[in-house]
Design a protein around this ligand. Structure first.
Ligand SMILES: Nc1ncnc2c1ncn2[C@@H]1O[C@H](COP(=O)(O)OP(=O)(O)OP(=O)(O)O)[C@@H](O)[C@H]1O
Ligand SMILES: [Mg+2]
Length: 258
C-alpha cells in the first residue's frame, strides 16, 4: 500500500548551513507521528520541508525526495501552493488573521483556492469549526474578529482554517506550547479525533504529549552544535517510550539530556 508520506535522503540547507541531513521515513495515512528531540536538531526545518515551506526562507534549499501518495512534491512542474493545500500547517503561536471575523478566518483558505460553491461556504465553515471543537463557543459570534478569542480558541480556529480546505496532511509545530493545560488537553483530544480523517505530524517538546497523542515517534538529534540534525530512530510510540533501540533516545526521553 502506498505510504501517505515517503521521505528519502532528505537534506535541507539555510544558505551554506546544512541544518538536517539524509532523513528517510514513511508515514501511514490516518496516523499521528510525533517529532521529538533537543532544540536546534531540525524538527521544524524538517517539518517545513514536508509542505515546501522551507524554501520560503531565503537560502532555504532541499535535496532528496518527499513523496505524498507517490507524487514527488519536489518534482518539476509541481506548484508549491498546491502542495500547501494538500499539506496544511498549524504553528506554535496561534496566528488567526486578526482583523478578519471568525467566519472569514475559516473561509480564508477556501476563498483563496476558489474550489467551493458559494452556497456551500456556510456549511463548510460550520463543519470545520465543529471539526475543531470550537463551534459551540463561537456560533453566536461568527462575525466578531478572530483576535477576540482566547489563545486556546485561536489555536482551534487556526486548526479549523487548516482543515476547511480538506488537506491530506496536517503539520503541527508545537501547537500547544503557548497554551494553558486545559487548552492543551482540548487540542490533544482534537488530534485524536482529527486522525480519523487526516494524517498528522506534530512537533512537541512534551514527552507526555508525544506519548499520549501519537502512534509513531521520531527522535532527532545532532552530534554537536553546528552539525546537521539527523533522524536517530522512528518506531511505534509505545516502543520508543518503553524500549528504544538507540541509547541516545533513551537518554533523551528519560531527561538525561536535551
Ligand atoms: N531561518 C533560518 N536561517 C538560518 N538558520 C536557521 C533558520 N531556522 C533554523 N535555522 C537553523 O537550523 C537548525 C535547525 O533549526 P530548527 O528550528 O529546525 O530546530 P528545532 O529542532 O525545530 O528546534 P526547536 O526545538 O528549538 O524549535 C538550527 O541550527 C537553526 O539555527
Ligand atoms: Mg522548532
Amino acid at each position: 500500500m502506498a505510504k501517505r508520506i515517503d521521505v528519502s535522503g532528505l537534506t535541507a540547507y539555510y544558505g551554506s548551513h546544512k541544518a538536517i541531513e539524509d532523513i528517510s521515513m514513511t508515514v501511514e495515512p490516518r496516523s499521528v507521528t510525533a517529532f521529538i528531540g533537543p532544540s536546534g536538531c531540525g524538527k521544524s526545518t524538517f517539518l517545513r520541508t514536508l509542505n515546501r515551506m522551507h524554501e520560503v526562507t531565503p537560502g532555504g534549499r532541499v535535496e532528496g525526495k518527499v513523496l505524498l501518495d507517490d507524487e514527488d512534491l519536489y518534482g518539476t512542474g509541481v506548484d508549491p501552493v498546491s502542495v500547501r493545500r494538500e499539506v496544511g500547517m498549524v504553528f506554535q503561536r496561534p496566528n488567526p488573521f486578526p482583523t478578519m471575523s471568525i467566519f472569514d478566518n475559516v473561509a480564508a483558505g477556501l476563498r483563496l483556492n476558489g474550489n467551493y460553491r458559494k452556497n456551500e461556504l456556510n456549511d463548510i465553515v460550520e463543519k470545520s469549526l465543529k471539526g475543531a471543537n470550537l463551534w459551540n463557543e463561537v456560533k453566536d459570534r461568527l462575525n466578531k474578529p478572530g483576535a477576540g478569542l482566547s489563545g486556546g480558541q485561536q489555536q482551534r480556529l487556526c486548526i479549523a482554517r487548516a482543515i476547511a480546505v480538506e488537506p491530506k496532511v496536517l503539520l503541527m509545530d508545537e501547537p500547544c506550547s503557548a497554551l494553558d493545560p486545559i487548552s492543551t488537553l482540548a487540542i490533544e483530544d482534537l488530534i485524536g479525533e482529527l486522525k480519523e480523517r487526516f494524517t498528522i505530524v506534530i512537533v512537541t517538546h512534551n514527552m507526555q504529549q508525544a506519548a499520549r497523542v501519537s502512534d509513531r515517534t521520531a527522535f532527532f538529534n545532532l552530534a554537536a552544535v553546528g552539525q546537521p540534525g539527523r533522524l536517530i530512530e522512528i518506531d511505534d510510540t509505545e516502543r520508543i517510550f518503553s524500549n528504544p533501540s538507540v541509547q541516545a533516545t533513551e537518554d533523551y526521553i528519560s531527561g538525561r539530556f536535551g
